[in-house]
Every structure is written in structure tokens, then in C-alpha cells.
Design a protein around this ligand. Structure first.
Ligand code: NAP
Ligand code: 3JN
Length: 340
């Protein structure tokens, strides 16, 4: 029987994530019947390439989704909040990359390696949420440990690349770096401080509890995806002058005892994970190893000697690929194969 094909839209197609979504649909050979590219009115007149063809960018409108099966959204939370319901009303299932729907109890929040079964709940609102990039790579590495040993508490610090903030931030790091090494004045437009040769302990806006929204996304999304509200999670999220690839220092306390070698063996077999852990040979994951790949790289696995059941590890992934576009297309693959 011929493979079923789907009418697909990418909303936010001209952005850093949307562009990568188009590349992922192509690379992952998603069965696309037709592709509609949507962005703001500013991008009308532009074309983007898909499978060798130039596709025009259209303005995202309420009636953009008629006759479509799946829409991948990455045009910001406000845009998703407004337009995802119009897509769903027209029978087009939305895979949304923003935070707009993630914590809605009726909307599944999915990492295919961890909780693919949740995709069945797409029928509730016609929307499936893609988690935050920092959450995705962490739960890919921690879910096998949680399933086998039970996780009591997670303490995470992130080192996040500027591509997480989009196209303008990539340009800002580039421009500031070039200006500084040439002893020229630099401009600060995207971040509140210089990002070149600096680390900013500030991602997204600050909340009343002293944490940033990014930090609280990691807390709440991790519990929802691992389906366990008893897990204690605390996060410090930091922007670093790296273009692609988020790194994370993750400390976990498990319910049952587990050794570093048991964690290493478990992660060697885990879906979507590559263990790179031979410190004597200077082997540990780097952002430059992750960039351009779809794997979550784990290394520096060692016992936390300050507590009984503690493990430390270093977790790295490409934030624009597995942290956003690849995860969204993987969700769409399961949706298309098993539910549509
Ligand atoms: P970006 O490079 O700035 O691109 C933004 C995209 O949204 C562009 O295509 C832009 O179109 C479009 N857009 C903005 N306002 C719009 C409107 N009113 N109607 C239609 N399209 C509109 O940003 P990005 O890095 O790709 O991120 C986009 C969104 O993806 C973020 O806001 C966030 O919600 C989500 N995201 C998620 C993760 C994650 O962790 N999973 C990571 C990064 C981003 P124009 O070019 O026409 O302006
Ligand atoms: O900063 C990063 O590294 C990830 C950024 C994610 C992001 C950026 C703007 C808006 C998000 C997100 O996915 O949580 C959002 C948002 O939709 O809230």
C-alpha cells in the first residue's frame, strides 16, 4: 500500500526554529504531500527552499489551516495562543513549540523517547506541546534513571547557547565578538548585558519567587513529562557565548541506590542518548559535538559523594534540533503513523 502523505504547515517558518523544522521535515523524510510556510506580514514575498523547490512564505491568518493535517508552530507564545485554536477547529493538529499550551492539563507535553503514549491526548484540544529545549535534553537523559531507580530530586545548572533566543541573538553574539576583537564599540540590543565573553544568569523574565521563567519551565515541565509531581526540581539557567548547543550540569538523587557504572550502562542503551564518558582521554560531551546532531550526549557520570544516592552528570544537546525542531518532527512522525 502507498505511504499516506500529509498536508503540513510550518508557522514561524522564517525563524531559527522554523527554518530547522523545514530542514528536519526534509532530512527525516517526513511524508509531506504539501508544505505551507507561514510567518508574519513582514515575510510575505520571501521564498524558502524545501526539497529543492522554492516555497512562498504566506502571512499567518485565521483561515491558513483549511485542508491541512499537521501544523508545526514556532512563532512565539502569543501567536500560538491566538492561532493554534483556529488550526485545531479546521481539523489540523498543532505541534506547538512555545510555552503557551505546555502546562494546560488537557494538552500533552511530549518527548517521544520518554512519553510517546501522551500523544493519544491530542484529541482533547487538537494541540500537542513541545517542551522547552533545556527540559527536553534533561528528561531524555533522566527518564531511564527515573523509570528504574526513581528520582527524588534534581538540581540543574544550564549553559545555554544564544540560538535559543533566535536569529537576532545569533547576530548579536557575532557582532559583539567581532567588534570587541577589533577594539570597536559594541551594541547591546537583545540581552540586557554584553553576551560576548560573558555569562548571564538570566534567561526569560524574572518572577516574584526570584527564579526566571526558564527555570520554572524546567521545574514544571520535567514533572509533567516524567508524570511525577513528587520530584523536587531546582534550576539555575545561564546564557553563555556559544552559538549552538545547550550544556547542563545535572545532579540527581534517586530513591533506590544506584552506582555511576549502573547509570552509564543504562544510558548506553537509552533511546536518543549517546554516552561520551572517558575523562582520562579528555572525552566528555561538548556543545560542538552536539551541534548538528539529534542526540543527547551524556558524560562526566560520577557519584555525588556528599549524599547516599546521588549522581552527577553533564548533558549536552543541539537546542535548535532536539531541543525544538527535531523533537517536534519526531512527535509529528508518531502522530502521523499511529493516530492520523
Ligand atoms: P525567531 O528566529 O525570532 O523567529 C520568530 C518567527 O516567528 C519568525 O518566523 C517570525 O516571522 C514569526 N512570527 C513572529 N511574530 C509573528 C506573527 N505575529 N505572526 C506570524 N509569525 C510571526 O525565533 P525562534 O528562535 O525561531 O523561536 C520562535 C519561537 O519558538 C519562540 O518564540 C518560542 O516560542 C519557540 N522556541 C522554542 C524553543 C524550545 O525550547 N522548544 C526554543 C526556541 C524557540 P517573521 O520573520 O515574519 O517576523
Ligand atoms: O532561551 C532558550 O535557550 C530557549 C528559549 C525558549 C523560548 C524563547 C522564547 C519564548 C521559549 C520557550 O520555548 O519556552 C519561549 C516561549 O514560548 O515561552
Amino acid at each position: 500500500m502507498a505511504e499516506k502523505k500529509f498536508n503540513v504547515a510550518v508557522a514561524g517558518a522564517t525563524g531559527a526554529v522554523g527554518n530547522q523544522m523545514i530542514r528536519c521535515l526534509e532530512e527525516m523524510n517526513f511524508p509531506v504531500q504539501s508544505l505551507k510556510l507561514l510567518a508574519s506580514h513582514r515575510s510575505v514575498g520571501r521564498t524558502l527552499r524545501f526539497k529543492g523547490e522554492l516555497v512562498p512564505v504566506e502571512e499567518l491568518k485565521e483561515d491558513s489551516f483549511k485542508g491541512l493535517d499537521i501544523a508545526l508552530f514556532s512563532a512565539g507564545g502569543g501567536t500560538s495562543q491566538t492561532f493554534a485554536p483556529f488550526a485545531a477547529k479546521d481539523g489540523c493538529v498543532v505541534v506547538d513549540n512555545s510555552s503557551a499550551w505546555r502546562m494546560d492539563p488537557e494538552v500533552p507535553l511530549v518527548v517521544p523517547e520518554v512519553n510517546p503514549h501522551a500523544i493519544a491526548q491530542h484529541t482533547n484540544k487538537g494541540i500537542i506541546a513541545n517542551p522547552n529545549c533545556s527540559t527536553i535534553q534533561m528528561v531524555v537523559a533522566l527518564s531511564p534513571i527515573h523509570k528504574k531507580y526513581g528520582i527524588k530530586r534534581i538540581v540543574v545548572s544550564t549553559y545555554q547557547a544564544v540560538s535559543g533566543t533566535g536569529k537576532k541573538a545569533i547576530d548579536e553574539l557575532f557582532d559583539q565578538t567581532r567588534a570587541m576583537i577589533n577594539f570597536l564599540d559594541y551594541q547591546t540590543k537583545v540581552y540586557p548585558h554584553r553576551i560576548a565573553f560573558n555569562c548571564l544568569p538570566h534567561i526569560d523574565s524574572f518572577l516574584d519567587n526570584g527564579y526566571t521563567k526558564e527555570e520554572m519551565k524546567m521545574v514544571n515541565e520535567t514533572r509533567k513529562i516524567l508524570e511525577d509531581d513528587t520530584i523536587g526540581v531546582t534550576a539555575t539557567t545561564v546564557r553563555v557565548p556559544v552559538f549552538f548547543g545547550h550544556s547542563e550540569a545535572v545532579n540527581v538523587e534517586t530513591k533506590d541506590p544506584v552506582s555511576a557504572s549502573e547509570v552509564r550502562a543504562l544510558l548506553e542503551e537509552a533511546p536518543g542518548v549517546k554516552v561520551m564518558d572517558d575523562p582520562q582521554q579528555n572525552l566528555y560531551p561538548l556543545a560542538t559535538d552536539a551541534a548538528g546532531t539529534d542526540l543527547t550526549l551524556v558524560g562526566r557520570i560520577r557519584a555525588d559523594e556528599s549524599i547516599s544516592n546521588g549522581i552527577n552528570m553533564w548533558v549536552v544537546s543541539d537546542n535548535v534540533r532536539k531541543g525544538a525542531a527535531t523533537n517536534a518532527v519526531q512527535i509529528a512522525q508518531v502522530l502521523a503513523k499511529e493516530y492520523l
